[in-house]
Write a protein that binds this ligand. Sequence first.
Ligand code: HDE
Length: 691
Amino acid sequence: MARKQATASTLPQGEGGETQQRADSTLTTNHGMPVSDNQNSLKAGARGPTLLEDFVLREKIFHFDHERIPERIVHARGTGAHGYFECTEAIPELSRASLFQKKGAQFPVFVRFSTVAGSKGSKDTPRDVRGFAVKFYTDEGNWDLVGNNIPVFFIQDAIKFPDLIHAVKPEADRGFPQAASAHDTFWDFISLMPESMHMVMWAMSDRALPRSLRMMEGFGVHTFRLVNAKGEATFVKFHWRPRLGVQSTLWDEAVKISGADPDYHRRDLYDAIKEGNFPEWDLGIQVFDEAFADAQPYDVLDATKLIPEEDVPLRIIGRMALDRWPDNFFAETEQVAFLPTNIVPGIDFSNDPLLQGRLFSYLDTQKSRLGTTNFHQIPVNAPKCPMHNFQRDGMMQTVVPKGRANYEPNSLDEAGEDGGPRASDQGFVSVARFEEPATEKRRVRAESFADHFSQARMFFASQTEVEQGHIIAALVFELSKVQLPHVRDRVLAQLRNIGEDVANRVADGLGAELPPAIAPAKPVLDLPVSDALSILKKEPVLAGRCLGILVTDGADGKLVEMLQGAAKEVGASVKIIAPKVGGVVLKGGKHLAADEKIDGAPSVLFDAVALVISAEGAQLLMGEKAALDFVSDAFAHCKAIGHSTGAKALLDKAGVAADKAVIALPDGVDTLVEHLSSREWSREKAVKLPV
Ligand code: HDE
């Protein structure tokens, strides 16, 4: 293992009194012995057997044999980055948390994004919820806001979590499908758990197919509490708002991306940070009191419910930027351990029974994943403020405590010894609260948790027609993969409670009869729509998007430059795709380097495409299936297609019909760039059977 240090290490003096110097880059064993040969094992003769004595070989292989640790039982596949949080509006009247006290104050953070169901080696773009976990290193300890990109959850009580996860993971007897909910056991469970129906609508929506981790909202999901210096508490929900806007892919696109680039999301985040385009989110809070909570038709302690922003608007109090890629994936992203129990004075839990279960699970899982109770000493997990207590020893203890004060109370200081730390009156205090009078121990679900469908109906009603179409198509797709007819029927029966139109459209897409409805536990309400729940009703943002320019020999270099300039102006990037990765010779003889070869960069990887090709180039590409797919997929995925006159024959062969997002260049350079974050949805009807 190479040791890298700032200076040559000075070793103890030898017998003769001379100080030995060792070069910084000397390869050594784990115990510091310099290694002379890292290519050959120790053998009895050049062709003889390898000797057991070869401790250098044995140490290296021993370490290698144990390089893998158990992956996370959920959220195994993820990627992370360092950054900082800045308070943009102080809220001392609401919370005494140090990170909300001073406008402009900054604190380091580490963020890990993840998929939920797939293994560590699965793909980045399955239909799935995304984890959005933030560790704030504050001067009063670490606060972990371990959230998702969807504001509600499948279940109300932690006791159902292992069942939910068993049902969605690969089926127990066959070990598949990987990273997919489209199978019997998931839908079997879901159809028997009406409380999951709200989250199912989100999971079937475009929210589960994010275009980029940089373009996702994040939610703390549960109701938490903020507590001020006087001990007064309010309820709060936490939201992350991406400054690049919210954007998703289409299902067909996500499927193809996972083949073309299984690392699509992590590469996108890596590239953005390396290029200095640091992704940012605003931290918003919804603050409300008990009186508001009591007046709602749902229970704020029920994690299958959200609080519409129309009822409690977001108040933006901070911003987060991710500006540093980790030095080492394993040491940081893999070993980071998030704990919902990591809160700081000024923030507190609520009685949400899902949250309460999480307060046990995360500490417990770290012991099995990271192998020791001392996982908090791993640099990415360690607080950046002083930490003292009397917890001692354990596997992989790296701290060397001094003295003998490992218990408390003690009076060792009276004898002049260090007596160790003492509890502080500024320390964390749980909110004092009277629980329900006449409390008895019971395994029950509160009556106020019983409405499972009203918000699911509200979510669907709040979507645009296009988004509703995607939800129906996703339900039809997933249920078409379900092989047990009675499970399909039961899902349809549940869907009738969300809306007869929803159930009818899905039944029609399946070619199935509509079964009788399953009576809901409570009458389903028609709640007002909430525009904040739709992606397509949000303002599109152009920054952070990517234009793919397909070029051939003889292409117009000026036009390529115009496109590059226009994209740069709005903060978008450009990739050049050519028949050969060596690039092309432009009209006029100049060489243009390419980023990608055509079959390595299908149009699903870009937000819009431009075909800057000569007539001869078009003829050449018509014989290349990858080029035809590049164009026809861009069209089918409703993306803007800019084209030079020479591209006409290729467009025709790929089946592109004229519409306002098929844009002639060079006149339409700006129009093309303006289309980078919107789609020409009218095409959907032309390329897909209606559902
Ligand atoms: Fe988690 N969850 N979860 N979860 N969760 C884990 O902890 C668990 C839930 C979330 O990037 C595990 O360290 C239970 C809701 C994220 O490292 C585990 C319940 C939300 C991550 C665990 C839930 C989440 C995890 C696995 C129901 C959104 C990845 C590895 C009571 C608010 C964190 C680990 C990372 C990870 C348990 C439900 C988000 C097993 C028991 C709700 C983002 O402890």
